[in-house]
Design a protein around this ligand. Structure first.
Ligand code: HEC
Length: 205
């Protein structure tokens, strides 16, 4: 009798275990079946967006290539968006923002007599703390995203070609202009040595 009772018990427990196992396998299958679905959707959405948003598609073009066909005159027109806060001439005054003469190649947050935010004073990126075409490009696309806490209240230039034009204009603000990164630099962000080796006299003037 005792062993019969025991068998009933054991059977019940076994059944419970089996059901639990079955449910967990089913749940797992449902779960894993969902996982591949998600990326599938995301890719589709991303492709759609890339197709629609012109600016996003443009960002794939390396900066060197964009700069090679950038236009100083168009850049000067873009720079009108800055003149409320910046002067561009040699020895020009600091306004809401610092004077931008010789900004390319200048140490970040180094202009005399301007009191920078802590965000800008403490900013050091992968290339160090010098303004290059690459980090100027990133900064001007979205100042607050590139440098959270910056005091520069400017929304940014979303279009990569417009930024390239502006950079071409900034290049001219110097008695010794910094050459553009090479157009065949696929990454568009070659280190200083590579840029210096291939540096031809700036063609866009
Ligand atoms: C509303 C005012 C305003 C506008 C518009 C503006 N800036 Fe600025 N900019 C600032 C301020 C303020 C700073 C200093 C930011 C800080 O200290 O965080 C600054 C800093 C900078 C710096 C860093 C300078 C340095 O010495 O390190 C660059 C480069 C720059 N601005 C470029 C531009 C360009 C190019 C435009 C136009 C496309 C522009 N800014 C538009 C206010 C402005």
């Amino acid at each position: 009798m005792d062993s019969f009772e025991f068998n009933k018990f054991a059977g019940a427990i076994l059944l419970t275990l089996l059901v639990t196992l079955g449910v967990s396998i089913l749940a797992e299958e449902l779960y894993t079946a969902h996982t591949p679905e998600k990326p599938g959707y995301e890719v589709a959405v991303a492709e759609e967006e890339a197709g629609e948003a012109e600016a996003e598609a443009e960002e794939v073009v390396p900066l060197g290539v964009l700069l090679a066909s950038a236009d100083v005159q168009r850049g000067e027109a873009q720079a009108r968006k800055c003149v409320a806060c910046h002067t561009f001439d040699e020895g020009g005054a600091n306004k809401v923002g610092p004077n931008l003469w010789e900004i390319v190649g200048r140490t970040i947050a180094s202009h005399e007599g301007f009191s920078y935010s802590a965000a800008m004073r403490e900013h050091v990126n992968a290339e160090g703390n010098t303004w290059t075409y690459e980090n100027l490009d990133h900064f001007l696309a979205n100042p607050r995203e590139f440098m959270p806490g910056t005091a520069m209240a400017f929304a940014g230039l979303r279009r990569a070609d417009e930024r390239a034009d502006l950079l071409a204009y900034l290049q001219t603000l110097s008695s010794n202009p910094v050459p553009f990164p090479a157009a065949d630099d696929a990454a568009g962000s070659g280190g200083a040595p590579a840029a210096a080796e291939t540096a031809a006299p700036p063609t866009t003037q």
